[in-house]
Design a protein around this ligand. Structure first.
Ligand code: GUN
Ligand code: ZN
Length: 433
């Protein structure tokens, strides 16, 4: 954290509600001031003219002109061991896992390799304005230690877990129900609540876990009611068919997870494309969360997430990159593709809503809103500085934008890591373009 109070003068945007429910959801100051205290928490947020006179003489004020400060992005689903195999094509999810993913993940038992990729991965998150992410590690316990150590060293609020898989994968990537239980428990004890780190129990997906392993997951989940859970569901038609064959007694693929008590608050399911009405009802009733991963779904040809059905069921939804199935670390590029996926379903996703989903909305859905996701006083000061003139084209386009929605929309369609001028964690600058 910074050793003294500091202030940032820029355009400021935060949210007090979901723009889908409330047209006054956005809190926006054209000439705003964000004040961060010496502990790295937001002290004040509002109109510059009102707040400036309240500042201590010694407080430095960083003048950021037309730049836009928003809460740091939250990426609710991605895989750090897939960093170096991003953009590897396949005819669908299952061959992609077999041909590219599993071989790449096999190297993460090597501590030096895991540490090297973890450092690069965290750099990529911060360069893209992502200050919190829900991260899959590999099956190796060392891979989770490497990721947590890297996030802890930079004081980032990170959620991660070791993958559990004990069947239908290469032998070099297999744990067992017992070793998965032991390693996950040891990692929870070491990292959950250590500084800003939080643990996610991470059964990869139902097809790669035996019933014994899913039972072990149920035990861990019962023993640790406040940890996260993350997995994949209903991403691809072949995967859904396979899950139905493997679990013939369950009503649906999602029902496998409910049977093992893995649907609950802070349980995040990647994709959720091929769900039915009852599945969506169960997600909403249990407050389990869908992580919509548009760049991945389009890249792998998985299908189109149904925004209207999710909204009608009142199912919590977040946005995620799903790197390396996803093709970009950028939550702005993820909004761009998310907008197109919604368009294909006849739905318009406003920029306001997309920025909400990537910040405050994600924090609320994930029960992290006591810590992050807004610029409200008392929040941990995780924020990013976006440059609406990051490229010559963006400068011209932004100059035409009179309404905030129009400016945000251009940022979401055209933006990427070049748009992120700086990222801050607990008031400390952790990336500068
Ligand atoms: N389903 C099971 N594992 C994976 C993975 O690593 N990526 C994606 N996109 N889907 C999965
Ligand atoms: Zn994934």
């Amino acid at each position: 954290p910074p050793s003294t109070e500091a202030a940032y003068r820029a355009r400021l945007l935060s949210f007090r509600a979901d723009p889908a429910d409330d047209e006054r959801a956005a809190l926006y100051f054209e000439d705003g001031l964000l004040v961060v205290d010496a502990q790295g928490k937001v002290a004040a947020f509002g109109e510059h003219a009102q707040l400036r006179p309240t500042l201590d003489e010694a407080t430095p004020v960083h003048e950021m002109g037309d730049k836009l400060i928003v809460p740091g992005f939250i990426d609710s689903h991605l895989h750090y061991p897939q960093t170096e195999m991003i953009a590897s094509p396949a005819s669908g999810l299952l061959p992609w896992l077999e041909n590219w993913t599993f071989p790449a993940e096999g190297r993460f038992g090597n501590e030096a390799h895991a540490a090297d990729v973890a450092r690069f991965f965290v750099d990529q998150l911060l360069a893209n304005g992502t200050t919190t992410a829900l991260v899959y590690c590999s099956v190796h316990r060392e891979s989770a230690d490497a990721l947590f150590a890297e996030a802890d060293a930079r004081n980032l609020r990170m959620v991660a877990g070791k993958v559990l898989m004990d069947r239908h994968c290469p032998p070099y990537l297999r744990d067992t129900a017992e070793s998965g239980y032991r390693d996950s428990t040891a990692l929870i004890e070491r990292w959950h609540g250590h500084g800003r780190q939080m643990y996610a129990l991470t059964p990869r997906f139902a097809p790669t876990s035996t019933e014994a392993q899913l039972e072990a997951c149920r035990t861990i989940a019962r023993e640790h009611p406040d940890i996260f859970i993350q997995s994949h569901v209903a991403e691809n038609q072949d995967e859904v068919k396979w899950a139905a064959e493997l679990f013939p007694n369950r009503r649906s693929y999602l029902d496998v997870y409910e049977h093992y008590e893995l649907l609950r608050p802070r349980a995040v399911y990647g994709h959720c494309i091929h769900l039915d009405h009852e599945d969506r009802r169960r997600m909403a009733a249990t407050r389990a969360i869908a992580a919509h991963c548009p760049t991945s779904n389009l890249f792998l040809g998985s299908g189109l997430f149904d925004f209207d059905a999710a909204a009608a069921a009142r199912m919590p939804v977040t946005l995620a990159t799903d790197v390396g199935g996803g093709t970009s670390f950028s939550m702005l590029q993820t909004m761009n593709e998310g907008h197109k996926v919604a368009r294909m379903g006849g739905h318009h996703l406003s920029a306001m809503r997309m920025f909400y989903l990537a910040t405050t909305g994600a924090a609320r859905a994930l029960d992290l809103d006591a810590f992050i996701g807004t610029l409200a006083p008392g929040s941990e000061a995780d924020f990013i500085v976006l440059d609406p003139a990051a490229t010559p084209l963006m400068a011209r386009r932004s100059a035409q934008a009179e309404a905030l929605e129009d400016l945000l929309f251009a940022l979401a369609m055209l933006g990427d890591d070049r748009t992120v001028a700086a990222s801050y964690s607990m008031g400390h600058c952790v990336h500068r373009r």
